[in-house]
Design a protein around this ligand. Sequence first.
Ligand SMILES: *Cc1c(COP(=O)(O)O)cnc(C)c1O
Length: 329
Amino acid sequence: MISMCEVYQARKRIGGRVHRTPLVHSPSLSREIGSSIYLKLESLQKTGSFKVRGAFNKILSLTQMEKEKGVITFSTGNHGRAVAYAARRGGERSVVCVSEHVPTYRVKAIQDLGAETVVRGRSQDEAEAYYHRLKEERNLCEIRPFDDPLIIAGQATIGLEIMEDLPEVDTVLVPLSGGGLLSGIALVLKSSNPSIRVVGVSIERSPAMLESAKAGIPLRVEEKDTLADSLLGGIGMNNRYTLQMVRDLVDEHLLVNEEEIALGMAYALKNHGLVVEGAGAVGIGTLLTRKLKQPGKQIAVLVSGSNVDLPQYLDVMRKYLSKKYEEPI
Ligand SMILES: *Cc1c(COP(=O)(O)O)cnc(C)c1O
């Protein structure tokens, strides 16, 4: 398993290459919920999501020979973008496999960073299958999106920052898909103080990790359209790290629906002037509809990304900015 030592090494390795993002107090959310609520703004991170932490930690750890081969990954968008960015900074070649489900604006952002994109399959799992083939055929070095100790340790550096900025934190809400983000943060928080409550937030439309964690084995779930498309995809049928870590470290799971995601996005814009993508808004969404029972005193909410399709985003904002969360939707 992964130790705190690896998290500190990750911080040293990626320091200076990624932002130390702010943890901001939300007076309005705090008033509404009756707890002190803070937002950890990885939406302001380089490339628009936290994924650049893990990507840099992994790529900077490769040997010279591996770097020369070039790297390959598969992604719902943000991880691919982060890998493309980190690889370009190091001068490595990168290939990103995506499914047909990944929106064009995300594919374009990856291409704009100099990566080669390969669109294959109707789901993340199918894109992953093609990635394995291509990796062998072209002898490329693999960068997994979440199930890798170096990726997890990179995302875990967020946990160090939360503990430093809010040592009295008692609850943390983290979006959950493949579980690299949640495993890393939970590892740090639980090591610092086992009584901190770690809550994973999954999407109702495709809760692959939650279903797998309940079953104790990786399960495939169907991918459905969602505003939180960065949370789509399975956990990998050969999952080695994140499933076990989520089972060991997470205290509680919440599910969000599409309305809650939209409300969370609109809330972030209206009250904080922040553009947040669906996946990044799930924590705020669950708070607004009071899904978190017995909220603690000091809550940190991970706002994980800001990469939106502007026309779709503006449509959602037009519809939801004026909606109050008390009203039936
Ligand atoms: C990847 C991603 C997540 C989920 O991270 P996992 O490590 O796959 O659980 C959450 N939010 C955003 C914006 C992401 O890009």
